[in-house]
Design a protein around this ligand. Sequence first.
Ligand code: SF4
Ligand code: SF4
Length: 184
Amino acid sequence: MQTHLADFIRDTPRGREAEAILRNCVHCGFCNATCPTYQLLGDELDGPRGRIYLMKQMLEGQPVTRVTRDHLDRCLSCRNCETTCPSGVQYGRLIDIGREVVERLSPRPLGERLLRRGLRRTLASPTLFGTLLKLGRGVRWALPAALREHLPPLSKGGGGGFAPVRARGSRGEIPPAPRWERGE
Ligand code: SF4
Ligand code: SF4
């Protein structure tokens, strides 16, 4: 694929790396077959080929909007697409670069930035997450229904942490998920 990167990134290490990756892509679309978000959403821009195109446009200096950011946000970084790429495109590295650049060119509103920072800290800390979970259970009655139904109940035995992994039945079958897991 031909590329003409914009001045802001062309002569930087990340720019050179991104350009080399972009040039390997022949736009065949084989990668879409193994992309979970493309399979689920059926939108070209929610698959690897479409995201590569969006990142190319962004790195070439075309306008970046919230729409670009949303499509990149939906990527799971699972790199499943790399397994079916005949050209060996390092998509995982490209999306890392693309995410850094999109944050700079299309900054999120303050509230969203704070929420994301809080989520990152909370999910990375079992202690903090466990404490918030206990607090949430204590005020379960006051929570909105949409939030309440995603709050796991206390595990048997009263442990304050997560419900234990469900054991298989005597024949090796996995019992059905509890209602709160099914969102009923
Ligand atoms: S399979 Fe590889 S070469 Fe083909 S579109 Fe996807 S990333 Fe590009
Ligand atoms: S990393 Fe995963 S979710 Fe993202 S484009 Fe590749 S296959 Fe799809």
